[in-house]
Design a protein around this ligand. Structure first.
Ligand code: TRH
Length: 363
């Protein structure tokens, strides 16, 4: 049997937003909790991690939180040992001092580039590809999260569905719809709020700080809370990462973005609307279509259209009012579909387990 690969280093550079560190933090915790690994998480922005995990102290260069060793990654960082597995998250580029140390190890570590999530079919072919370093005796493997069995799967903690189901409450007839609104500032938030305002379905909309709240403020003025026709809009604080799951579980419909909240909304088993991180060349729209193609499987054409119209309207900023009415009127069917979708995805290995197995196969 191959050695256990006990020690893991994860390197994460926070470019902007929270997705990169959100994914790395979840992965680190899961490797420790469920796979008994010893994990060091190197992150260049401790403040962002603190938002997700409030017990992190941004002033400390080295600390342990939830059994993960957290190291502040700076230009002056140094390493005393190289781990058995090294994760370079989202092509963040390992520092030269670490690469040099890796190349000097008698038995080379398993070096992984953890990629961004996409439902596009090319991820199936690229998952697991090897890329030898041009000058050092090292090989890097590309590891793609994804929705098909040919990719590395999605991050999902083993007890997640049980915890979610314990938390579930029966919907009360006649109460307003609870909606969470996590989006970028490019989202047509004003048009959505106006659609809520005019809708026959009363809404309570929970808005986290940052880009979502700024977009609401720029449409309605002031600092809230607001009443806008048939919707009440409430600013909420940025909550720790596990509480964020509970927000998604509690709400009837979740607007999510990027990568990690998008995955968590799928695990919530509730209707959701996804905004992608916009790319100048429109690549995000190809990514959206690829997801919709997979997600819509098994739904009748009418439901597929309702979901597609809403996702496209939200990402392109067109015809939100009509798309919203159609989406919200079909929320029961869409919710059931999402629940089945989550079960279907959960039948595949989760990303942390797939990664552990993949790395073991490379020894
Ligand atoms: O913050 P994001 O926009 O991150 C994105 C994506 O990772 C994208 O792929 C990348 O290119 C871009 O950043 C730079 O959205 P995402 O991925 O949903 O990450 C948000 C994280 O924040 C997620 O882990 C959930 C967490 N979160 C909380 O913990 N509490 C909160 O209150 C909120 C609103 C979010």
């Amino acid at each position: 049997m191959a050695a256990m690969q006990l020690h893991w280093d994860i390197f994460c550079r926070v470019i902007d937003n929270y997705g990169d560190i959100g994914v790395c933090w979840r992965l680190a915790r899961q490797l420790v909790d469920e796979h008994g690994r010893k994990v060091r998480l190197w992150v260049d922005d401790l403040g962002s991690l603190q938002s997700l995990c409030p017990s992190v102290d941004p002033a400390k260069d080295i600390q342990t939180c939830q059994d993960v060793e957290i190291c502040h990654w700076t230009e002056n960082s140094a390493v005393d040992r190289v781990s058995d597995v090294v994760i370079e998250a989202f092509a963040c580029e390992l520092p030269d001092w670490y690469l040099t140390a890796m190349s000097r190890c008698p038995s080379k570590p398993c070096w992984i580039n953890l990629e961004y999530l996409t439902a596009e079919p090319w991820a199936d072919d690229c998952h697991g590809m090897a890329s030898p370093h041009p000058s050092l005796p090292l090989v890097k493997y590309f590891f793609f999260p994804g929705f098909s069995g040919k990719t590395g799967g999605l991050l999902r903690e083993s007890g997640l569905f049980a915890e979610r189901d314990r938390f579930a409450t029966e919907p009360t007839e006649g109460r307003p719809l609870e909606i969470s609104l996590f989006c970028y500032d490019t989202a047509p938030v004003g048009a959505l709020l106006d659609a809520f305002r005019d809708s026959v379905h009363p809404v309570v909309c929970h808005v986290p700080p940052g880009k979502p709240l700024a977009a609401v403020q720029s449409h309605l003025g002031g600092s809230g809370p607001w009443r806008h026709g048939n919707v009440r809009i409430r600013p909420i604080p940025f909550v720790p990462i596990d509480e964020f799951d509970r927000l998604l579980w509690r709400c009837d419909i979740n607007f999510v973005r990027g990568e990690d909240s998008f995955v968590r909304a799928q695990w919530a088993g509730k209707p959701f609307v996804w905004q992608l991180y916009s790319q100048d060349d429109g690549a995000h729209l190809t990514k959206l279509e690829a997801f919709l193609g997979r997600y819509g499987e098994g739904l009748d054409a009418k439901m597929q259209t309702a979901i597609r119209r809403m996702f496209v309207a939200w990402n392109l900023g067109r015809n939100i009012g009509l798309a919203w009415e159609e989406f919200v009127s079909n929320r029961a069917v869409i919710g059931r579909h999402n629940s089945n979708w989550a079960e279907k995805l959960a039948a595949k290995p989760d990303l942390a387990s797939a990664l552990v197995n993949f790395c073991a196969s490379k020894v």
